[in-house]
Design a protein around this ligand. Structure first.
Ligand code: 2HG
Ligand code: ZN
Length: 481
């Protein structure tokens, strides 16, 4: 993914820690010998890094640090600590919740140059990679030793493995392999004072106390900066088949997703598309209609396993009630063509306008009611808006994108904006306000909808213990006190 187009962004909550978050050109950090030769201050280069992918969140930064070794990352973070400088770690900048966007004018710590595979162990089925390695390169390294990496997502060519750990990225195969946290055998990271911690031995069993990988996955750069990771790989598949299944409505799609999960042990994806989203990608990306007649809801289903996948998928689809039409693809080019309807949803919506992005999970039993009511509620309030729904039906994870709502000004969303409406509805229906994108800066003011005051207080105590000066990614994840 590339950076989104220019828009007037809304500013998130300002840094409220002990360190002044507003960096200035006369930043003491820049005089620190540890960052000499690693600093970029060219505004043209910085411009591509201070806005998030959507273009909705635009910050500023006086400088970006670009270490290329673990020792340099540690030295940079130690220098930030010494000079009490707030710092925002950034990988591929493909996140969608402003988790790596310096809205408080912080210094950026770019990890893209800390890239490369250090160890690929075909016998153990493990990789050790540096955090700036792209997801696509991790996948290729796994394939090169006869294995596969269990996580995949559309931004694979730009997203870095460190970013996917920091955000605990989900993606297209959670239904089969779990999220990024589930792939971690070890993590090495730099704490706020520059101390290096972690373990890259890649042991499958290691019950020796607090689990650092589990803690850092999803911590969004607020507790430490991930430098290297040890990843477990998954068994390679011999065969794949992909189907698009036409269904009458979201309720039928949710029921079908459940039936497919029950009947197909080698199910590797069940993705939801709706008619307007399918029509949109046909318009924006010149794709042919998949069915003779448009269908209200469509599931993209992938089976990956031992030979015979097409037959198994075909039999499973036949067993589903209410399938209007179906297309099945076995060869790689045709499979990729079917995946394209799903994978370009985000890009297609970005061409309509800067979207409000709400990445939510609902209990399966409430997903259909949510889909219907959220559309009606948003359109009732903003008749010129468009509501786009798609997502990971196998996980109950729906991506609500809303375009055509005027850019919010400070605070508006927190009172009665579209984000507020959608996220309150999700919480009231027993869902999560962030399924897989994280909280970043965009969702901070709604974290209380899912986390109790005691949980937030415990998270703050943890943050204070590991980052007492509050220099790491201030403004992200945790609400200001
Ligand atoms: C996806 O599933 C990503 O394609 C992006 O999580 C979702 O654009 C979005 O809202
Ligand atoms: Zn997603």
């Amino acid at each position: 993914m590339n950076a989104g187009g220019g828009r007037t962004g809304h500013r998130g909550p300002r840094f409220n820690g002990r360190v002044p978050g507003r960096a200035t050109p006369s930043l003491p950090l820049l005089a620190d010998p540890a960052v000499a030769g690693l600093t970029v201050t060219d505004p043209d280069i910085l411009a591509g890094h201070v806005r998030d992918w959507t273009g909705r969140h635009v910050g500023s930064s006086p400088a970006m640090l670009r270490p290329s070794t673990v020792a340099e990352v540690a030295a940079c973070v130690a220098a930030c600590h010494r000079t009490a400088t707030a710092v925002v770690p950034q990988g591929g900048n493909t996140g969608l919740v402003a988790g790596a966007t310096p809205l408080g004018g912080e210094v950026l710590l770019h990890l893209g140059r800390l890239a490369g595979v250090e160890d690929a162990d075909a016998d153990a089925g493990t990789l050790v990679v540096r955090s700036g390695t792209t997801l696509a390169d991790v996948q290729a390294a796994a394939r090169a030793i006869g294995w596969e990496y269990g996580v995949d997502l559309a931004a694979r060519d730009s997203a870095t493995i460190g970013g996917t750990v920091a955000t605990n990225a989900g993606g297209l195969h959670v239904v089969r392999h779990g999220d990024t946290r589930a792939q971690l055998l070890g993590v090495e990271a730099v704490l706020a004072d520059g101390t290096l911690v972690g373990d890259l031995r890649g042991l499958r069993k290691d019950n020796t106390g607090y689990h650092l990988p589990g803690l850092l996955a999803g911590s969004e750069g607020t507790l430490a900066v991930v430098t290297r990771v040890a990843l477990r790989l998954v068994t390679p598949v011999q065969d794949r088949a992909v189907a698009l299944i036409a269904l009458d409505d979201v309720a039928s799609a949710v029921r079908a997703a459940g039936a497919l999960r029950r009947s197909l042990p080698d199910l590797s994806a069940v993705e939801l598309l709706l008619a307007d989203g399918l029509a949109l990608v046909q318009r924006t990306h010149g794709l042919a209609p998949p069915f003779a007649d448009p269908s209200p809801a469509v599931l993209l289903v992938e089976v990956a396993g031992a030979p015979g996948v097409v037959d198994r998928l075909g039999a499973a689809v036949e067993g589903i009630d209410g399938v209007g039409d179906a297309v099945v693809a076995a060869d790689p080019a045709r499979r990729a063509a079917l995946w394209r309807y799903r994978e370009v949803q985000t890009e297609a919506i970005a061409r309509v306008g800067v979207a409000h992005k709400l990445d939510v999970t609902l209990p399966a039993a409430r997903l259909a009611a949510f889909a219907e009511s959220v559309r009606a509620d948003v359109l009732g309030r903003w008749p010129d808006a468009a509501v786009w729904l798609f997502g990971h039906a196998g996980d109950g994870n729906v991506h609500v994108n809303v375009t055509g709502v005027p850019a919010p000004v400070d605070g508006e969303d927190g009172v009665d904006g579209v984000d507020d409406l959608v996220l309150r509805r999700v919480a009231a229906m027993g869902g999560s306000i962030s399924a897989e994108h994280g909280i970043g800066r965009a969702k901070v003011r709604w974290l209380h909808l899912n986390r109790t005051p005691s949980e937030l207080a415990a998270m703050r105590r943890l943050k204070l213990a590991l980052d007492p000066l509050g220099i790491l990614n201030p403004g992200a994840l945790l609400p200001p006190t």
